[in-house]
Design a binder for this molecule. Sequence first.
Ligand code: UGY
Ligand code: MN
Length: 248
Amino acid sequence: MEISALTRSVVKRNHAIIAPDGYINSNVPGWLNCTVNVIINEQMGARLAQTLVTLRAGGQLTGQTQASQIFFFVVEGQCEASVGSQDRTLTAGQYVYVPVGQQYLFQNPTEGTQILTFHKVYEPLAGQATPAVLFGERDLAKAPVYMNDEALRIQELLPNELGFDMAVNIFTYSTGGHLPMVETHIMEHGLMYLQGQAIYMLDNEWYPVKKGDSIWMAPYCQQWATAMGQEDSVYIYYKNVNRFPTVI
Ligand code: UGY
Ligand code: MN
């Protein structure tokens, strides 16, 4: 029998593991006929938000971005997306980036469609245009080898241009793949595992993680990870980029 008093989730000062077993649903105005789990937000000390939305048949997400841009990624299922003047059907692995001040509508989902969102307050940069709406899809063929290690591949889902102040990448570790060093950096991460299992080290603590788990890493939270098991270990992650690093 499972013991309901146990969980792999932890919430610490500079990192969190959020496993689905502890989800409690939120109501979000304009997001209808769906369950919304707010996995990361500023209440934790984060400077991004990450949610997971599960749509019922007839569900819809409607709204207008304000100060924050939103990246929507279809984890499972399919739905119709209307953003700006563009209408597309999005299936698993496809995404749309919605810049600030833009209306969006997601509708006609298949039952159980899951959409992951990353939100960040947009910081404009003088001389750089605010990014436009962007559609795209997961594609391992567009994921170059990372740091000369054939076991590691990263696909960048947003262009590496100064107008963007956030990156969203898909990181694939094949069996035996691991980060080449303990990373110690100013950038913050939110992530969700899309496939497989891994061991993640955060601030010198060791966590087994798997598909469906999410992780928050504050700036300077030391991090290392290795794939575990017989299949690729894959996560989609957010990172803040391209802005002046200090107010001093
Ligand atoms: O881009 C990154 O900082 C990435 N290598 N970090 C991570 O996957 N934890
Ligand atoms: Mn990192």
